[in-house]
Write a protein that binds this ligand. Structure first.
Ligand SMILES: *Cc1c(COP(=O)(O)O)cnc(C)c1O
Length: 452
């Protein structure tokens, strides 16, 4: 048996992030100011972000240095391991070689600390003492909560209500790391109160929670806002994953034919795939696949156009695939994938044919999660299990075709805090959420019209 766990030394860690804006065939259209509908300038973002992050949001410089302070914290769990899935391959009887890059080794259990740490760092350098944010399943909130400790920043989290109740342990983790957590929609903000007035039983959504956090950050000078996915600087920070992985694939003597990642806002997929996409842009054959839930099918069923990042329309308009900013996805267990929009970078790359997309129902996703847990031992996050399902399908296709494919996927997090989801699945209580076609159509019909 060839190597199972492919590890790098600390001294081999990448010292720069990779910015795909230097290389993509077509840059995303600029974000627009929500009031004037004119392109956003750096000053428009200053009330909620530090200048250093605004610069990373817009620069086309290819390599961005990782500050020593950030690198030293990364070393607590990085470099993360790359695994060859020998046992899953054997169970599938596939000629494909399956690899997965595992980000569940971080203290929060997902890839999100790769960006929460630099975001907290740059905010502290700018003198910020408080950050407001939203969280879906609690992954981002806990990643930011732990990062706040390193830099003495207070973290205030608006947690999507359905997850607040489904996943109490992530809330407790956030509180253990010192954050304050509210079930969103709350009556603490104008946007939350509006939603509650219309629907007192609203399960909440990332779009609503973002409105609440942005509203708070914009109205308090001591408070900034931080987003755990979607934005260019978030995708940038996550490229540490793919750069490590390139070195590890080299050590394994392989190169992927196909790279798979689940996609909520697009950041773990971006992080793993962008450094490889550079090779594809330069002519190498490679498929990159984004996997999403059928009940929140942003890339597969959404439209590519300008939309707000949040429900209330406080954020700049971004050119992206969207289901409509007031679409509230069904309360599936993969809470981190319940977002109406998608990273503008991933969206543009999908639009230009460099990234494919597919969607699955949650019961077939959990079936794949169990097969993975029983062969590879790690209990995956429900979000990550979407990538597993797709990897298994690709491996079975390779078997049918009798091809030796190399499949690499992102195991973005572990599911140790998602036991209620597994209990529901094992108890036969997990239902496939229907594709909410009418609701999406309605939400899309309410998108802002942008004059050409
Ligand atoms: C948040 C999260 C996701 C989805 O976010 P992306 O920005 O699309 O990566 C996926 N997996 C896990 C484990 C998460 O915590």
């Amino acid at each position: 048996m060839s190597q199972t766990k492919i590890v790098l030394q600390e001294k081999e860690m990448p010292r720069q992030w990779y910015n795909i804006m230097a290389d993509m065939p077509k840059l995303p259209a600029p974000p627009l100011h929500p009031g004037t509908l004119k392109p956003c300038g750096p000053n428009d973002l200053k009330p909620i972000f530090p200048m250093s992050l605004i610069e990373q949001e817009v620069t086309a410089r290819r390599w961005i240095d990782i500050p020593d302070e950030v690198n030293n914290i990364y070393k607590l769990w990085r470099p993360s391991p790359l695994y060859r899935a020998h046992r899953l391959e054997a169970a599938l009887k596939t000629p494909a070689r399956i690899y997965y890059k595992y980000e569940g080794v971080s203290p929060a259990g997902s890839h999100k600390p790769n960006t929460s740490v630099p975001q907290a760092y740059y905010n502290s350098k700018a003198g910020i003492k408080r950050i407001a944010t939203e969280t879906g399943a609690g992954q981002w909130g806990s990643a930011l909560a732990l990062a706040g400790n390193f830099f003495g920043i207070e973290i205030n989290v608006y947690m999507v209500k359905v997850s607040y109740h489904q996943k109490p342990y992530r809330r407790i983790a956030m509180e253990t790391w010192g954050a304050k957590v509210h079930a969103s929609p709350t009556n603490l903000t104008e946007s939350g109160r509006k939603v509650l007035a219309a629907d007192p039983d609203s399960p909440g959504s990332l779009g609503i929670a973002i409105s609440e956090a942005v509203e708070e950050a914009a109205s308090r000078p001591d408070t900034n806002y931080a987003l755990g996915s979607v934005l260019n600087h978030v995708c940038l920070h996550q490229t540490i994953i793919g750069q490590e992985c390139k070195k590890q694939m080299e050590l394994a003597g392989d190169y992927p034919d196909i790279i798979i990642g689940c996609s909520g806002g697009g950041s773990n997929l971006a992080g793993l795939s962008f450094p490889f996409l550079l090779d594809k842009i330069n002519g190498r054959e490679l498929r990159v696949v984004a996997v999403e839930p059928s009940s929140c099918p942003t890339l597969t069923k959404g439209e590519f156009r300008y939309d707000f990042g949040d429900l209330a329309g406080y954020t700049p308009l971004m050119m992206m695939y969207t289901l409509g900013h007031d679409f509230v996805p069904p309360g599936i267990h993969a809470g981190g994938l319940r977002y109406h929009g998608e990273s503008p970078l991933v969206s543009q790359l999908h639009h230009d044919g460099l990234i494919e997309a597919s969607a699955y129902q949650q019961t077939e996703v959990f079936e794949a999660a169990l097969q993975f847990a029983r062969t590879e031992a790690i209990i995956p996050a429900p979000e990550s299990a979407h990538a597993i399902k797709s990897a298994i399908d690709e491996a079975l296709k390779a078997k049918e075709e009798g091809k030796e494919k190399v499949i690499l996927f992102s195991l973005s997090g572990h599911g140790n805090f998602d036991m209620q989801a597994y209990a529901d699945y094992l108890g036969g209580k997990l239902k496939d959420a229907e594709y909410p076609e009418e609701k999406i159509k309605e939400a899309l019909s309410r998108l802002p019209r942008i004059p050409a």
